[in-house]
Structure formats: structure tokens, C-alpha cells
Design a protein around this ligand. Structure first.
Ligand code: SF4
Ligand code: SF4
Length: 413
């Protein structure tokens, strides 16, 4: 190992060190370490260079437990899970306006009011696509404070920015309104969540002094979804990263049998999910990793992982790489997003289309596929392919691009 790698390892180790005894509140925004802390504690990371610390494991409130056979949230189980999370120092709760049709905000408000306001972080998001006029942004924000029964949000995001939502946000002056809320103390940290290309991310990140950004990041998307580039853009801009989809919607918690065997051979006791979490946690600019937890067992497994989390060693990275290669064989298109095939004379974003298609085949969500596919410029979709074959000559994966474009165009009809 050379000196540079060794230093990198030391930085990663320092960033992963658990806070063994949670400290008393400190710093301007308070180090919301819980006073009810008992037993194993999840690792914490400092917010930029402040005394504020954030748990590396964040409690995603998008898929809360529901009453058997009903869409209704099982509030008793949520209460038990929140109590357990608080006890383990996992005190970052991430909700949004439309999660559970608005019931997630209401439920979290109801459950968290039992705790001192300065003992937890509550994160919410502005869905700009629900707002038609500037006043709607203010109306939604007030409604969120009421639903959550709080006076302020610790972290707040402009939700799900892509090129279209970004232009909506600008038209509605969402940033201007939200930074006014920040000045008034109703928002402590202001960021955005993101779903688009690194090029769009660069534009948004440069536009304002954001406190943090939330991106989709996991070892499968590192190349496939260009998450590596997104992580690097945020890091270069000095903006901390909150991670969503660390398990790619649960896919990385149960890989193909061949890939699972590679991981089990290397460490029989480690779950596939813990490998995925450790991969993301090894990145020093990651502030918090969100995990949507629907069952107490998920929370227990996560507390176990995050209270003794270690960066991946070189040998473990190799193992994960082998598992990834085995798993990728399962993908509909083995595209690595290397972009050697570009530019296409028809301006077709070949790797982006394959990324969207693979995501669809992994998740099975046609609704999501339609949404992502229709965001592509009409003239640069799969049906614009003239089968010139230029791309095929450059593709190291030997993908028959024109044939795949034809197939995708048919499925997108
Ligand atoms: S074959 Fe289709 S996708 Fe490939 S370069 Fe030609 S037009 Fe573009
Ligand atoms: S060259 Fe092949 S693998 Fe690389 S981005 Fe293009 S289609 Fe994907």
C-alpha cells in the first residue's frame, strides 16, 4: 500500500469511527445525540467542520410498517421502532409530502412529539411539481410544519430535482422562499434530492450555496447510473452527500444465487445488505445513508451493521467486484455506462437509455420507466435509431445497440 492509499484509509477510518459515548449537545445547531442512548450506537459523522454530528444511518419514512392487508400505517409499530432507533442514536428521520399519501408526515409528527425537539433531526421535502404558483410553495411548506407538528425542519430538500423540476423550481422561486425560511429559523439545513445526469447536477449545485445533496448511490449504480460522477461533483463542490437507495430498492439485499454465494464464501455471517452499506459508508463525503425500514428486524440488522461499521478492505472490494460481475450477467443490457459509443449521429443518449431500461427490468416498475423515458428529448429516444452501427464498433461489451434500441422503442409504446 502506498502512502496516499494509507492516508486515504486513515481518513476513511476516522470518518467511520462510531461515537462511543454520545456527547451532550454542542455547537450552534446542536449535536442531536440522544439522551436516551443505550447499547450499541450507530456511527456518526460531523456535518462539514461543525460540532454537529449526524447518524450515518438515517431512518427513511417512505415505507413505514402498515396494518396487515391495509395501506394504513401501523403507528404502534412505528412508535416501537422509533424508540429503538433513538436508543441506538439513529435520530435522523426522513419524510416527504407524498410518502404514504401524506400520512408519513402526520405519523412522524405524532410519534416524534413524545421526544424533546432537540433530540432528533426531522427532514422534509418540497415537491415542486405539486405547485402551480409561487404561493403554493408557501402553502405546502406551512402544511408540512402542521402535519409534522414542528416549528422547524432540521434538514429540508427541494424534492427530486431533474432538468424539468429544476426549471419548475426556478419559475416558482422555490430556493428564494426556502432560504427565507432558513433565515427565519424554520429550516436549519437546505439541500435538494436529485435524479438526473451529472451534467444537470453540476448546473444545480453551482446555482446556490446548498448545505447538502441527496443522491442515489450504491455499488451497482456507481457506474450504471453514473453515481460516481455525481458523488465526485458534490465532493469537489464541498457539499456533503446524503445517500438514497443504498440497496437499490432492496435489489442488493438479495442478489442472484451465484453472486450471493461469492459473498457468503467470503463472510458467512455478513448479510448482502451489510456489504452494500459498507461500500457506501467507505466514502468519506457521505454524511448519512437512508434506509427505508418497514419491519423491526430491518432496523435491528441495520443497527448491528452501522454500530460496528468498517470500511471495505482491498480484498473485500475484490470480492464485491466479483459478486457484482456475477450479478450484472442478470441485467437486461450489460452496459457499463463507459460512453465509448458516443456521440451518436442521432444524439441518442445510449447509456442513459440502457440505464433506464435496466432499472425498469430490475424494479419491474413500468410507471417509473415511462416517467424516466419520457424525460428524454423526443428526438433522442430509442425509436430515433437509424441502425448505422457506429456505436457497435466502439462498445467493449459487444452490445448490439440498434437491436436493443428497437426492442426498447417497442416496449416504450
Ligand atoms: S446504431 Fe443507433 S444508437 Fe448506434 S450510433 Fe447509430 S443511430 Fe446511434
Ligand atoms: S460503449 Fe457499450 S457499454 Fe459503453 S456506454 Fe456504450 S453501450 Fe454501454
Amino acid at each position: 500500500m502506498n502512502r496516499r492509499d494509507m492516508l486515504k484509509g486513515l481518513v476513511a477510518l476516522a470518518a467511520l469511527a462510531p461515537v462511543s459515548r454520545l456527547s451532550a449537545k454542542a455547537g450552534a445547531d446542536g449535536d442531536k445525540s440522544s439522551d436516551v442512548a443505550k447499547g450499541p450506537q450507530v456511527a456518526r459523522r460531523p456535518f462539514r467542520n461543525t460540532a454537529q454530528t449526524v447518524p450515518l444511518l438515517g431512518f427513511g419514512c417512505m415505507r413505514l410498517p402498515t396494518v396487515a392487508g391495509e395501506p394504513k400505517i401501523d403507528i404502534a409499530t412505528v412508535k416501537t421502532m422509533v424508540a429503538r432507533a433513538m436508543e441506538a442514536g439513529c435520530n435522523y428521520f426522513d419524510t416527504a409530502y407524498m410518502y404514504h399519501g401524506g400520512e408519513s408526515e402526520r405519523c412522524m409528527g405524532e410519534v416524534l412529539k413524545a421526544y424533546p425537539r432537540d433530540s432528533f433531526y426531522l427532514t422534509d421535502k418540497m415537491p415542486v411539481w405539486f405547485a402551480k404558483e409561487e404561493q403554493d410553495v408557501e402553502r405546502i411548506f406551512k402544511e408540512q410544519l402542521e402535519r409534522c407538528q414542528v416549528e422547524y425542519f432540521d434538514f429540508y430538500l427541494v424534492h427530486s430535482l431533474n432538468a424539468a423540476n429544476w426549471s419548475n423550481a426556478k419559475r416558482l422561486k422555490a430556493y428564494e422562499f426556502l432560504s427565507k425560511m432558513k433565515q427565519e429559523g424554520k429550516i436549519r439545513r437546505l439541500g435538494f434530492s436529485f435524479h438526473d445526469t451529472p451534467e444537470v447536477l453540476k448546473e444545480i449545485i453551482k446555482a446556490h450555496p446548498w448545505d447538502f445533496v441527496q443522491i442515489q448511490l450504491n455499488y451497482l449504480d456507481w457506474e450504471l447510473y453514473r453515481s460516481k460522477e455525481q458523488y465526485e461533483i458534490a465532493t469537489e463542490a464541498g457539499v456533503p452527500v446524503v445517500v438514497m437507495e443504498p440497496l437499490r430498492g432492496g435489489v442488493l439485499a438479495s442478489l442472484s444465487p451465484e453472486a450471493m454465494m461469492i459473498l457468503k464464501d467470503a463472510d458467512p455471517d455478513a448479510s448482502a445488505a451489510s456489504w452494500a452499506f459498507r461500500y457506501v459508508a467507505s466514502l468519506p463525503n457521505v454524511l448519512c445513508i437512508l434506509s427505508g425500514m418497514s419491519k423491526p428486524e430491518h432496523l435491528e440488522d441495520n443497527i448491528r451493521t452501522f454500530s460496528q461499521i468498517k470500511p471495505l478492505s482491498e480484498a473485500e472490494r475484490e470480492t464485491l467486484n466479483l459478486a457484482l460481475l456475477a450479478y450484472r450477467k442478470k441485467l437486461a443490457v450489460p452496459c457499463t455506462a463507459c460512453r465509448y459509443c458516443l456521440p451518436c449521429p442521432q444524439n441518442i443518449e445510449i447509456p442513459r437509455i440502457f440505464g433506464i431500461y435496466n432499472q425498469y427490468k430490475l424494479s419491474g416498475s413500468k410507471w417509473q420507466f415511462n416517467g424516466a423515458y419520457r424525460m428524454l428529448p423526443e428526438k433522442a429516444r430509442a425509436d430515433a435509431c437509424i441502425a448505422c452501427g457506429n456505436c457497435v464498433k466502439h462498445c467493449p461489451q459487444k452490445i448490439n445497440v440498434p437491436e436493443m434500441m428497437k426492442k426498447i422503442a417497442q416496449e416504450a409504446k
